[in-house]
Write a protein of this length. Sequence first.
Length: 167
Amino acid sequence: MKTLKLTATLLVGVTLIFTAATLSASDPVGVYAIVQKVVFEPNDKAPERIQIWGVFALADTVRGGNSYTKPQHGYLYYSLPKGKESTALKEWADFKAVAGTGQGIAFGTRYAPLGKVRVDSEKPGSPDSYSDTLVNGIGVTKVNPAPGYQDNMTDIIAQLKAALKTS
């Protein structure tokens, strides 16, 4: 009986290790960005919509895996989600806090609609719902690639910074 319990415990432990390795192998982030400015509508005191201006790499849901679109300069336009106002407003304040700093950030989930990057000349209209970006609960996360460490995230942030220099 003790051997059976030990074997079962060992099997569960090994399964958890391999499951954790599998989960961390894929990138769940929906959007990598460098935010240049944030505009709240109709105003900063009672925002109902947000324009997030900068350069963005969105999860490429067609190609899957850890694929992201090429950096796109423009803005994301979202409306305040019903029932999730408090969480959204905290995240919107985070966008405002990193705007203009050159800090790379990650937010949203690749498994939900992300909205679209609108070109600079496009007038705001029909905002995307911000509620879909709240699904993963990671909020707005600063991305600080370690010096000398190379991975997909480091490459994406480098591409975003390069795109900012050319715009």
